[in-house]
Design a protein around this ligand. Structure first.
Ligand code: 13P
Ligand code: SF4
Length: 350
């Protein structure tokens, strides 16, 4: 990265001192992550967001839904900044508030809504989290999806899982012992979600038809190819991958789990990792004694995570150093209240 920009970021951060707290998701570019005070997966960052209540400015290097959650979880006087407002998440965009309300009406008309506990993946907008909070549900992340589902099934006989069908299915089938037949996919673009009354009645897991455009590209062929090419390779993937990919893997977990697994792996071991490329490259660089490779060379970066680059970070920090708040993320108080109910439920999971 440009040394002049690195120097400007360093100077602006030094000028701000304790007035700024920078959070960085593991998928961020190297040039950005080097300035993070805390790095983490989305669960760790949600917990850490509230860790510096004395800092008036929180710069979130990640995507929009994470910055919204940080705004909800930080104190009222703190301002959360997203260095580029175009850093969204295509998965979060796959469930809109209106679509989810419509889905709930379908469930009411089918006479099953009272049995349903909604669970939303962190990767969703604040108004979806608020919807879930209003209906007695919880948020989850890839590191606590199982605990969230156990909690939800202790409250109701059905779960509506938003918006990532893969995390929902993988967790239900591989960690909760449900069958594939217990899971149906609700398609928001079809009348009644494309489901029959019988399916709405019998399904235990109603999976929203959403997916990650990055993790969804890994295939069973990627797994077979790397196993054929690298004898003894361990395949380690994120649970946003498709079910057949996860079935073919050796280990499955959130980004934080992936990092810990590689860190504790023996020297000389080989790892094909199915998650975002910035993270896999960083792991490979940090562990030259291990053979860490990307699961599929045709898959690329998360383009929206990559929107946060050094020029945007420098601009945000230099503006804050002049007490000018650029790109603030502000969730309206009513939405924030109910979204917080669902986030607090997640933070209280056993
Ligand atoms: P985690 O940070 O929970 O592993 O999720 C990955 C992801 O896709 C975030 O967008
Ligand atoms: Fe969204 Fe996938 Fe990018 Fe994560 S990796 S921010 S789920 S598009």
């Amino acid at each position: 990265s440009d040394p002049a920009l690195v120097e400007r970021a360093r100077a602006a951060k030094a000028a701000l001192g304790d007035r700024v707290f920078v959070l960085g998701h593991h998928y961020q570019r190297d040039e950005v992550i080097q300035f993070a005070d805390v790095t983490g997966d989305s669960f760790k960052l949600a917990r850490e967001a509230a860790a510096r209540p004395q800092a008036p400015y929180v710069v979130f290097c990640g995507v929009h839904f994470m910055a919204e959650s940080a705004d909800i979880l930080t104190a009222d006087h703190q301002r959360v900044v997203l260095p580029d407002l175009a850093a969204g998440c295509s998965m979060a965009d796959m469930a809109t508030f209106d679509q989810v309300e419509e889905c709930w009406e379908v469930l009411e008309d089918a006479g099953v809504a009272d049995d349903v506990v909604p669970v939303t993946y962190m990767n969703s907008s604040a108004d979806i989290k608020a919807f879930v909070g209003r209906h007695g549900g919880t948020v989850c992340t890839s590191s606590n999806a199982r605990r969230a589902l156990e909690w939800a099934f202790s409250k109701g006989s059905k779960v509506l899982f938003l918006p990532d069908q893969h995390l929902g299915r993988n967790t239900a089938v591989l960690e909760m012992g449900l069958s594939l037949d217990d899971c149906v996919v609700y398609n928001p673009h079809r009348p009644d979600g494309g489901l029959t009354q019988g399916q709405l009645r019998d399904a235990k897991m109603l999976l929203w038809r959403g997916h990650c455009s990055v993790h969804g590209r890994f295939s069973k062929e990627s797994v077979d190819e790397v196993r054929a090419r690298v004898p003894g390779v361990n395949v380690l993937v994120h649970p946003e991958c498709r079910h057949e990919v996860v079935l073919g893997a050796d280990l499955i977990g959130s980004t934080e789990y992936i990092i810990k697994t590689i860190e504790s792996a023996p020297s000389g071991s080989a790892w094909a990792v199915g998650t975002e490329l910035n993270l896999v490259r960083r792991l490979a660089d940090a562990h030259p004694d291990k053979n860490v490779m990307f699961l599929d060379r045709t898959v690329c970066f998360c383009s929206t995570m990559n929107r946060i680059d050094l020029p945007h970070l420098v601009w945000a920090l230099e503006s804050l150093a002049r007490d000018e708040v650029v790109n603030p993320i502000e969730v309206d108080p009513e939405t924030a209240h109910y979204a917080r109910v669902a986030l607090d439920q997640m933070l209280a999971l056993p």
